[in-house]
Design a protein around this ligand. Structure first.
Ligand code: MN3
Length: 210
């Protein structure tokens, strides 16, 4: 699997219908095969005539798109972001019914938010407030402090030197076919899918970077 140009679509870690009933097979398939694949294609297209940047790995492109030639800067911001954000989105869900944070992340959530229930309330409130298309994230800073952040379009907290732990796609294409305009229900049901084992691994790696 290349982590540089030409990028490939990361394999989906489960079957299209694995997240039913919380996320329909139809949504997962279209979101992955069309939307996610388009970001991969558009990123490759943007880099195709810029060999100097073809050895940059995905995270570097997302974090440092500002250092790129102005002709491809916006395309890389949108499409490297689109690839990275969706890679994390699929990886941070599973059909495993984890339900609750574990380990060091559980302790940190309790410390920063008082309880998992209050953290969920704060996260949902941020998600409901996303105006237009964007994402809501649980992130850790370089001192392993937690925060909930919202980004517009395909922007990523990586560009602000934050480590993404989990993210939730709030673009309409991620829920509209199943939930129509009922964002609230999409968010509530997404909690059934969060892979807290994966989230704990990511939080531990953020702590190592500390
Ligand atoms: Mn999406």
């Amino acid at each position: 699997m290349n982590n540089h140009y030409p990028f490939e679509l990361e394999p989906l870690p489960y079957a299209y219908d694995a997240l039913e009933p919380h996320l329909s097979s139809e949504i997962v398939q279209i979101h992955y095969e069309n939307h996610h694949q388009n970001y991969v294609n558009s990123l490759n297209q943007a880099l195709s005539r810029y060999p100097h940047y073809q050895n940059w790995y995905l995270e570097k492109l997302v974090a440092h798109y500002n250092a790129l030639p102005v002709q491809i800067r916006t395309a890389v911001q949108n499409n490297a972001g689109g690839v990275y954000n969706h890679n994390l989105y699929w990886s941070s869900m599973c059909p495993c019914s984890n339900y609750f944070p574990i380990g060091t992340l559980k302790k940190a959530i309790d410390r920063y938010y008082g309880s998992f229930a209050f953290f969920q309330k704060q996260f949902k409130s941020n998600a409901m407030d996303v105006f237009g298309s964007g994402w809501v994230w649980l992130v850790a800073d370089t001192s392993a402090n937690l925060d909930i952040v919202v980004t517009a379009n395909q922007d990523s907290p990586l560009s602000s030197r934050l480590t993404p732990i989990i993210n939730l796609d709030m673009w309409e294409h991620s829920y509209y076919l199943q939930y129509h305009s009922t964002r609230s229900e999409y968010i509530d049901n997404w909690w059934h899918l969060v892979d807290w084992t994966y989230a704990e691994e990511r939080y531990q790696s953020a702590r190592v970077l500390k």
